[in-house]
Design a protein around this ligand. Structure first.
Ligand code: G3H
Ligand code: 13P
Ligand code: ZN
Length: 333
């Protein structure tokens, strides 16, 4: 594998840090801890995100989805990140397109702003997924970007489904090996029992460590990605419901499973829903407790502080907290 550093990290020791190459972050993390990959949509999230990561001394990944690019304007997100980088010069992070289609991948590759893109053609047949992913890999590598691809079907693994049926939705380790060889992708999102959103499991299921272990055996040293990793904290759900929400039966991944998965090669852990829950709880509670208020700044301020706290907590759980000094050293070597 060839590692290309796309962004200049010359001034690392002087305290100025640029957006870095995703593979450089993966190299440092692999087998020891995972990088948390957080989705952003707005200004308050960006502020809380940088604060939480710097306070917990963690390298991290910023994820931008197609929906986020359309929410305001894709240029707005770039501008917010560039400004946050100036406000928090200590931060070390990569910028990643989350769940891209081919067209959006090319737009991000051409923009010169992103460190990496995800091409998600997992809904296609194996051969079509290979063909699409390969096209994106060729274009991305030519410009020094790295590519995450996806194989398997995330979500919907219910307890009432028989083992055979649920296994069929998980990533097949032999296929994963062939897929990586044929596409040349740099990391692979695997279906290992999780799903997106706040309602992940019908019962007490956990991650399929047997599948992760088998994939790692076939792809040693190759970074795996876990989507749908929010833990949907029950105290958060209860507070939301107590303030008028209706999130009955919401359930997520056990946070204590992040680190064991990271030790088996899960190098990037995608978290979005948990941050949305923080936003929802803060705003519901604020307006319940202050019905006279109509100003956006008081809850916004609480949200930024709570979001930073939540980010620092997650970084402890994935093991990235405290890694910043070592990462800076490795990047400047
Ligand atoms: O996996 C999807 C992420 O949570 C992004 O969600 O497409 O609603 O921005 P979004
Ligand atoms: P959650 O919905 O579990 O936060 O997953 C987010 C994700 O996978 C983004 O790509
Ligand atoms: Zn995802």
């Amino acid at each position: 594998m060839r590692y290309i550093r796309r962004f200049d990290v010359r001034n690392l020791n002087a305290g100025t840090v640029m957006i870095v190459n995703t593979t450089d972050l993966f190299k440092h993390a692999y087998g020891k801890y995972a990088l948390a990959a957080y989705n952003i949509n707005n200004l308050e999230q960006v502020m809380g995100l940088f604060r939480g990561n710097v306070e917990s001394q963690a390298p991290f990944m910023i994820q931008i989805s197609k929906g986020a690019r359309a929410y305001t304007d894709k240029r707005m997100l770039e501008a917010m990140i560039r400004t946050a980088e100036e406000i928090f010069p200590e931060a070390v992070f990569a910028v990643h397109l989350d769940h891209g289609d081919e067209e959006t991948c090319y737009d991000c590759i051409d923009s010169g702003f992103y460190s990496s893109v995800m091409i998600d053609a997992s809904h296609e047949s194996f051969d079509e997924n290979v063909a699409i992913t390969k096209r994106v890999v060729d274009k991305a590598h030519a410009k020094g970007l790295v590519v995450e691809a996806e194989l398997g079907m995330l979500g919907g693994v219910e307890e009432h489904v028989s083992v055979d049926e649920s296994d069929a939705k998980l990533t097949n380790p032999a296929e994963a090996e062939a897929f990586v060889q044929r596409t040349g992708c740099d990391s692979l999102a695997c279906a290992i029992g999780t799903s997106h959103g706040a309602f992940k499991f019908a019962g007490s299921q956990g991650l399929h460590f047997d599948v992760i272990r088998e994939i790692q055996k076939r792809l040693p040293g190759f970074p795996l990605v876990m989507h749908g990793s929010s833990s949907v904290p029950q105290d958060e759900v209860e507070r939301i419901n107590a303030a008028g929400g209706q999130l009955k039966g919401a359930k997520g991944v056990n946070e204590e499973e992040y680190l064991p998965a990271a030790k088996m090669g899960v190098t990037k852990i995608n978290i979005d829903t948990d941050g949305r829950l923080v936003w929802c709880r803060v705003h519901r509670e604020h307006f319940r407790d202050h019905p006279e208020n109509f100003d956006l700044r008081p809850p916004g301020k609480i949200f930024m502080a709570e979001y930073a706290k939540y980010i620092a907590h997650k970084n402890q759980k994935v093991g990235s907290a405290g890694q910043l000094p070592e990462v800076r050293k490795a990047l400047s070597a």
